[in-house]
Unconditional design. Sequence first.
Length: 322
Amino acid sequence: MPNLICNVVWMPHYRGEADVHAGGFDYVSINGYGHELLNFDALNGKVYGFVQTRNSTVNINRLGAKPEDDFMDGVRVIFISTHEELGPVVIGWYENARVWRRKQPGLRSVPTHPDVKIDFQFEASADNAMLLPVSQRLLTVPNRKKGFPGQSPVFFPDESDEMRTWMRKFEKYFDEKKSGQTSGTKKSNGSGRNTDAEHNALVEISAIEAVIAALGPDYRDRQADNCGWDLEFERGGKKLCVEVKGNSGLTPRAEVSPNEYRIIKEVMEGRFTDGDYRLAIVTDAFGGRNVHLFAFTVSKGWVCERTGASVNATERIAAVFS
């Protein structure tokens, strides 16, 4: 499925409310509203989305459309906006959306300006729309370069090597959300399990980003390989295998899976032969993102290379009955 990232004005609900944060959007600053104000307000089972482009068009050829096509179907539209502390973050998305080459005439009016029709460039089934609550808008988006998301109103991540790496993180988060909640209008069953899974996914994504920032951009992502560690780097001509854990607190603490612990035991027993091994624990995952890089020696145990702090492994036995 081709992907399109769209930078929109910040709003809590995108259902016509007056609470709009203009940010760097001149049109919104002048007029007090943006045409994206109804992006997640369903009409007859569909949602209609808008992004302020420079020429009122989207180059759908870059999504796979032919030059003569007026629209492209089957696109995932990822909406981002600027969080006042975190910068650009994902706020929601449409799945299997139709993207129009040129903006389409509005079906509804701005609530406070009945004479102004709200144009749109995207449409999708309301069941394929997900708007994240404000408290869950924590997945940050790179915007370091001119033309990157947040710097440009529309961005095509499938064309960027740097953004392909971020897209793998987004896919993981997307799968977590979809497994528990697939519509912006559906509600949790109240157990808190979905929220916990989503929180943990965001912590892990943030931790991975922090370790890459600390150890360098040249790495191999092994998260999908189930090998017992997440990332591989090269250090001093040797392979460095790094298992990444994170938490939102300030104390280095982590729980590992049986497969991850199998590798850790190999390290502790001197049987690990795939390279050097480090256990990276990222604390304050949504704040300072402090990377603690623990190496094992027989004499000292697990000691952080950066601070000299140490951690110990405590085995636990658990069971699931069903």
